[in-house]
Ligand binder design. Structure first.
Ligand code: SF4
Ligand code: SF4
Length: 58
């Protein structure tokens, strides 16, 4: 399950662009994450320039 630090995020959209399953969307100043479409590849975690994303195990 993806966790986003909304104070750290600069809404650059890089994570949205790199996500292979289109589980992320940039909607205005909000990142929507559809956990049911995420395959835990961590591409978004690795590309985020400010370290705002974390993959949490459930
Ligand atoms: S971990 Fe992979 S599939 Fe999940 S939201 Fe990030 S880029 Fe998309
Ligand atoms: S890559 Fe990081 S800073 Fe950019 S929109 Fe995604 S979570 Fe926010």
């Amino acid at each position: 399950m993806m966790k986003i630090d909304r104070y750290r995020c600069g809404y650059c959209g890089a994570c949205v662009t790199v996500c292979p399953t289109e589980a992320m969307n940039l909607i205005g100043m909000w990142i929507e994450i559809k956990d049911d479409e995420c395959d835990s590849c961590k591409a978004c975690v690795n590309i985020c320039p400010v370290g705002a994303l974390e993959l949490e195990s459930i």
